[in-house]
Design a binder for this molecule. Structure first.
Ligand code: F6R
Length: 357
């Protein structure tokens, strides 16, 4: 059912505006307000710390979740890689709650943590795209992603759905605690859906960027600060898994502490600048690598773009920026893989759900 699409990945990238709209609908009550299952809200309210457990792209979604829950809702959050957490559990708070982020709901690394946590008797929530999946059945509660089946091995729309549902959950929690939010999440998500549409409608630009920066390179760096750093890590994973280019997502300020030694003439640096407060800092980091010969591709948010930026993202509320900033990175990876004759939907050595630990 790819229809006229050459690959599922491209189809799933294109579905993202509709996925965001579906999420708004699914989490809205008759009064048009956002809501989540009251039992989940209560469980979150009863906890003193949220532990997000996930692997791969879902882990990257979880990093944004930490930002949302801490900044919007005021709940302390730890995000852990499933395969590490399971065998090296940190000290837990007194009243922890666990949220498993898993597109498939079948990832063995995440499931083994859920099994251990259930034995300890702590409350659990699975955020998944697949109702009836193993982790959904086994956790106390489920939050659904409503992204529709994701077939391509490289996760795209599920990541966007995770970030959107995390935003919804954090916003609902904050409002229930009597906090005033300086944004209307329904309205902002609508603006985001339009922005994502505008980006997927300008695919030629991403194809150009892929050609110019990634056609022959053996490595690439993605940099950002704050949430842009988290999105950079996801951008790097996307590129690695489907184009086999060695890529790393780095905190802009951290490069100079060692990794900058890898910069050579022409090394591509894809820099995200969606956050006004650190826009100058990340631009400073770009200058540092350009001075060593790097080939910079700055993707900035409208409103604080500068001359020479390679792509300008349509303006959205900065908190929602990860939802739009990841889209060009998905498309750039897609075209890089295509140019390099890689099997986009079924990259070597990978399976859609990883059911071994
Ligand atoms: C990357 C990718 C993987 C998955 C990871 C977790 O594109 O698809 O990194 O994100 O294997 O899978 P789920 O979310 O199904 O637990």
């Amino acid at each position: 059912e790819k229809g006229t699409y050459p690959h599922y990945m491209l189809k799933e990238i294109d579905e993202q505006p509709a996925v965001i709209r579906k999420i708004i609908q699914a989490y809205q009550n008759e009064q048009g307000e956002l809501e989540i299952d009251p039992a989940i809200l209560k469980a979150l309210q009863d906890a003193d710390r949220l532990y997000i457990i996930a692997a791969g792209t879902s882990y990257h979604g979880g990093l944004i979740g930490k930002e949302y829950f801490e900044k919007i809702a005021g709940i302390p959050v730890e995000v852990h890689i499933s395969s590490e957490f399971g065998y090296n559990m940190p000290l837990l708070s007194e009243k922890p709650i666990f949220m498993f982020l898993t597109q498939s709901g079948e990832t063995a690394d995440s499931r083994q943590v859920l099994v251990k946590i259930k034995k300890l008797g702590y409350p659990t929530i699975t955020m998944t795209n697949v109702p009836g999946s193993t982790l959904s059945r086994e956790a106390d509660h489920t939050l659904l992603l409503h992204a529709g089946p994701e077939i391509a091995v490289a996760s795209t729309k599920a990541y966007v759905a995770q970030v959107a549902v995390l935003m919804v959950t954090a916003s609902v929690y904050a409002l229930a605690q009597g906090k005033t939010l300086d944004y209307d999440a329904v309205k902002e998500l609508g603006i985001v859906a339009n922005a994502v549409q505008a980006i997927v409608d300008s695919k030629e630009e991403m194809e150009e960027i892929a050609k110019e920066f990634l056609a022959t390179t053996r490595n690439a760096f993605f940099i950002g600060r704050n949430v842009d750093f988290y999105v950079s890590q996801e951008g790097a994973l996307k590129l690695k898994e489907i184009s086999y280019i060695q890529a790393e997502g780095f905190a802009g300020g951290e490069l100079k502490h060692g990794t900058i030694a890898l910069i050579e003439d022409g090394t591509p640096i894809i820099a995200l600048a969606t956050q006004k407060a650190v826009s100058l800092n990340i631009r400073g980091n770009v200058k540092e690598v350009v001075a060593r010969g790097a080939n910079p591709c700055i993707i900035a948010m409208e409103g604080h773009e500068e001359e020479g930026d390679r792509y300008v993202l349509p303006k959205v509320n900065e908190l929602f920026a990860p939802l739009v900033a990841v889209i060009p990175l998905q498309l750039i990876s897609y075209y890089a893989a295509l140019h390099r004759d890689c099997d986009v939907d079924k990259p070597r050595n990978l399976a859609k759900s990883v059911t071994v630990e």
